[in-house]
Design a protein around this ligand. Structure first.
Ligand code: URP
Ligand code: ZN
Ligand code: ZN
Ligand code: ZN
Length: 474
């Protein structure tokens, strides 16, 4: 099976050129100007941008919040329709089970049959035993090279204390496993939540009031110091606020292997959305909370300059009519997380590239190339180059439409970008050479997606010492 994609404007993280891509057996086999090859099929990509398929390193298809489950992989056509061909899913370790054991169950029973997108996993440490910390260094053998710890959710099984984080950092470092952290001070949040409820402040808006930027800043600074003491790299997920971004930036500029991502909702929405009447604000309840327009501007600058290296979605398919309404009496019972996995490329194109905030190359880097590298998938994903998987998006810059839940495949009853304009659209998407989206319509099948091995040392290169050079100043 071979395919030739001709005359497109090919965009990578570093360049842009008009040319042809020859695909054989699901991989990119040749790149060039007017390739003279015979292919089984030919697609003329004139007038369209040819991008590597996106890699969303932060999605939730198995998350549960106080017993409410998100939509699962039966809705994994949504990322592909929006130009994302690989997702990395967080799997919460089950009590008494190993991280890999918990993950294997999902891969065998659920994901393998339903996947319409390629996928890999982050293991979430939930059972902080000696066995769990010992297991961390063996995870890369099973194709898992990232673990996540949550500092944010007091009283829930996934919550971790400093001791667990420190032990995980120590164990992970040895094997090149990357530790990702959701950084918010859970004790302070718990106190502030109770204080708001005692005052009768039960509406969604108080979600943001009870998780101010300082709780995110304190935890971020703490985990940077924990990583410094463990002499290990660390990755901060879903950064929302200017000062948090700046603390990551300055640690990194001091030579520390500290990195972070943000998500499209933090670039696009502010906390006033939480005040939408008639419980509409619940749609925007995610943690950390939405911030201000000033933070949005700072985050756009940060992703442009590389102070944050990835834009993800933190996609959570909770519906509003039933699941978000769990919190009608108290905002603390609203399931945390919002959908967005289909909208990432369209948002970054329309509000990043089209406004001049980022270049097309920068978009490709933020949405595909660096997330693939962070997660040890840069041997096959995130780039248009010879030998890479033929995960390719044809983006047509001409049409204009709106983001609306009517066109969303995420399987819930709202879209947080409802009514916003989109410039251009995803025209075709190939997953390892197979056409999955044609003229914007998803035509793939369940089972088309497959598990991708993540290799260790995603945040540096094997053999390279992690360098906390500012350690000396302590
Ligand atoms: O509110 C959010 N972000 N829900 C998903 C879980 C997490 O914290 O990443
Ligand atoms: Zn989180
Ligand atoms: Zn998340
Ligand atoms: Zn690598």
């Amino acid at each position: 099976m071979s395919l030739l994609i001709k005359n497109g404007t090919i965009v990578t993280a570093v360049d842009e050129f008009t040319g042809d891509i020859y695909i054989k057996d699901g991989k990119i086999a040749a790149l060039g100007d007017h390739l003279s090859v015979q292919a089984d099929d030919t697609v003329d990509a004139s007038g369209r941008y040819v991008l590597p398929g996106g890699v969303d390193q932060h999605v939730h298809y198995t998350f549960d919040f106080k017993g409410e489950n998100v939509r699962g992989f039966e809705t994994s056509n949504a990322p592909v329709a929006g130009g994302t061909t690989t997702v990395v899913e967080f799997i919460n370790q089950e009590q008494g089970k190993g991280i890999a054991e918990t993950i294997e169950k999902f891969d065998r029973e659920e994901f393998a049959n339903q996947a319409m997108v390629d996928y890999s996993f982050h293991g979430v440490v939930c059972d902080p035993t000696d066995e769990t910390f010992e297991e961390i260094s063996t995870l890369p053998e099973k194709g898992i090279s990232t673990v996540k710890l949550f500092m944010a959710y007091k009283g829930m099984p996934m919550h971790s204390d400093d001791e667990s984080i420190f032990k995980a950092l120590r164990a992970a470092k040895e094997a090149g496993v990357t530790v990702m952290v959701h950084a918010e001070n859970a004790d302070v949040i718990d106190y502030l939540q109770k204080e708001q409820l005692d005052r009768g402040n039960t509406e969604p808006y108080y979600h943001a009031e009870s998780r101010p930027p300082l709780v995110e800043l304190e935890a971020t600074q703490r985990v940077i110091k924990l990583a410094q003491m463990a002499d290990a790299p660390v990755y901060i997920v879903h950064v929302t606020a200017k000062e948090v971004m700046e603390s990551i930036r300055s640690a990194n500029e001091d030579g520390a292997p500290v990195y972070g991502e943000t998500c499209i909702q933090y670039l696009m929405l502010d906390k006033e959305a939480l005040a939408e009447p008639n419980f509409g604000g619940a749609k925007y309840v995610c943690s950390p909370a939405l911030r201000t327009k000033e933070d949005q501007e700072a985050l756009w600058e940060a992703v442009n300059k590389g102070w944050l290296n990835v834009v993800s979605t933190d996609h959570c398919g909770f519906n509003w009519a039933k699941q978000k309404h769990m919190g009608i009496e108290a905002f603390t019972d609203i399931p945390n997380g919002s959908p967005g996995v289909q909208d990432r490329l369209g948002i970054l194109w329309t509000y990043g590239v089209n406004t001049g905030k980022i270049s097309r190359q920068r978009l490709v880097d933020l949405y595909a190339t660096t997330p693939a590298k962070n997660n040890g998938m840069d041997h096959c994903k995130g780039h248009i180059g010879i030998g890479y998987d033929a995960d390719i998006v044809l983006y047509d810059p001409k049409p204009t439409s709106i983001f609306t839940n009517e066109n969303s495949l995420h399987g819930v009853d709202f879209n947080v970008y409802e009514g916003m304009e989109q410039k251009g659209k995803v025209d075709k998407v190939f997953l390892r050479g197979k056409l999955m989206v044609d003229e914007g319509e998803f035509i793939g099948e369940m089972g088309d997606g497959k598990f991708i091995n993540s290799k260790p040392y995603g945040l540096c290169y094997e053999g390279e010492a992690y360098d906390f050079s500012y350690k000396a100043r302590a």
